[in-house]
Structures are given as C-alpha cells and as structure tokens.
Design a protein around this ligand. Structure first.
Ligand code: DX5
Ligand code: ZN
Length: 220
C-alpha cells in the first residue's frame, strides 16, 4: 500500500557521511527524511539545525523533509527551517506557549504543520486545532535518543487518534516515532498509523533496501 510512508530517522545515520546516507536510504525506497532537532533543553541531547537541512537540499535531496522539533522555544526557529527547505514541521505542545499561533506560523511559512505527543502527554491539545494540523505524531519512546523500545500503550493512543482523524474528515497523517521495527510495524499500522519513523531499525542494518522492503511486505 503506497499510502503508507516510511520515514527513516537520520539520527541513526553516519553524520560524517550524511549526504550519502540520505541518498542511499532514499534510493533504498524511503518516502520521507525524518530530521530530529534536539536542543539539550527540551530533551537531553543535542543534534542538528537548519544549516544541515539547507545543506541536504543543496546536496540535491528533493524528497520531503519531516522536521521533528524537540526544542524550546519553538517559534524562533520555524522560519529558519522553512527557508532551509523543511516540508513538514512538527513540535511538542509543551514547548509552545501559543499552540495555535505556532501551527499557523508553520503554515504561513508554507510548510505542513503537526503536533507531537510524548508517551504520557494527553491528546486534549488537539481539541481546538484539528482544522490546522496536517500531521499528528505520537512518540512511542521518550524523545532524546534512538534505539529505545516501543512503548506498547502507544497502540491504544494510536487507535484513539485514528478515530479523531476519521471524525474530522480531514486527511491528517498519523505518524509514529520510536522503536518501530519490521516485527511490530504491522500492529502499529493496524492501530491506525500511516507514517512510520524508523532510525536504528534501518540505519543499524547494512542493507537499507532489504529492511524497507521487509517493512513494506508487512504493510501489504
Ligand atoms: C527520538 C527521535 C526518533 C528516533 C527514533 O527522540 O525522535 O526519531 O531517532 O529512533 P529509533 O527508530 O531507533 O527508535
Ligand atoms: Zn523523531
């Protein structure tokens, strides 16, 4: 099913050869590049910013870039990411004082906008913004690091969000991030997800194409 998007998280790529890694994973069949931005404040790790996004675009990456902001505050960095070629920008509601304003800012910059929910963050933040979100991202690990295990209660949360999306009648993507592997992607899809971030599962293997094909096989 082509309506499922596979988004490798470059957090697990070899940063010393990032352009090549992104080319390889896209050539291996990935749909979207998942770009994890951490600030050592909202989450306990420090990664990459708009300059690296811009460098990937200049390198020739044309695939959508899905920027997952784990930073606080969020608003200041959004125009920079839009200029750097971000396609989707998602942020955590806890990191924004004015959630509606931040969503609108992302859209005004010409990007798709989304909210990200940590494992224990309640879904009520969606209540008055379903008309503004293009993507809802559920974290299935606590953010900050790759290679953690999928938290099983995420499946119930996915089913709940799937219902809300269906009620809204809008074509909102339901993305899941953390611990996604070949052996659990089917259950995650059955719970309602249609966009899958996978870092260590893909970059931890020598043959990216084989992993992505095995994931798609599970999604048939
Ligand atoms: C975690 C990041 C994830 C991470 C996923 O804070 O948001 O995107 O890279 O890595 P895996 O797939 O290894 O759990
Ligand atoms: Zn992420």
């Amino acid at each position: 099913n082509n309506d499922y998007l596979i988004a490798p998280s470059i957090l697990s790529a070899d940063f010393a050869r990032l352009g090549e890694e992104v080319d390889n994973v896209l050539a291996a069949g990935a749909d979207v590049v998942h770009f994890d931005v951490m600030d050592n404040h909202f989450v306990p790790n420090l990664t990459i910013g708009p300059m690296i996004c811009d460098a990937l675009r200049k390198h020739g990456v044309t695939a959508p870039i899905d920027v997952h902001l784990m930073v606080e505050p969020v608003d200041r960095i959004i125009p920079d990411f839009a200029k750097a070629g971000a396609s989707i920008i998602t942020f955590h509601p806890e990191a924004s004082t004015h959630i509606d304003r931040t969503l609108q800012l992302i859209k005004d910059q010409g990007c798709q906008a989304g909210l990200v929910f940590n494992p224990a963050t309640p879904l009520h933040y969606l209540d008055y913004v379903m008309d503004k979100v293009d993507v809802i991202l559920l974290m299935s690990v606590n953010p900050g690091f790759g290679g953690q295990s999928f938290i099983p209660t995420t499946l119930d949360k996915l089913r709940e969000v799937r219902k809300r999306i269906d009620v809204s009648g809008r074509s909102i993507r339901l993305e899941v991030d953390g611990g996604v592997k070949v052996d659990n992607i089917r259950d995650i899809a059955d719970a309602g997800a249609d966009m899958f971030v996978a870092g260590s599962a893909i970059f931890g293997q020598p043959d990216y194409k084989q992993v992505i094909q095995a994931m798609r096989e599970q999604l048939k």
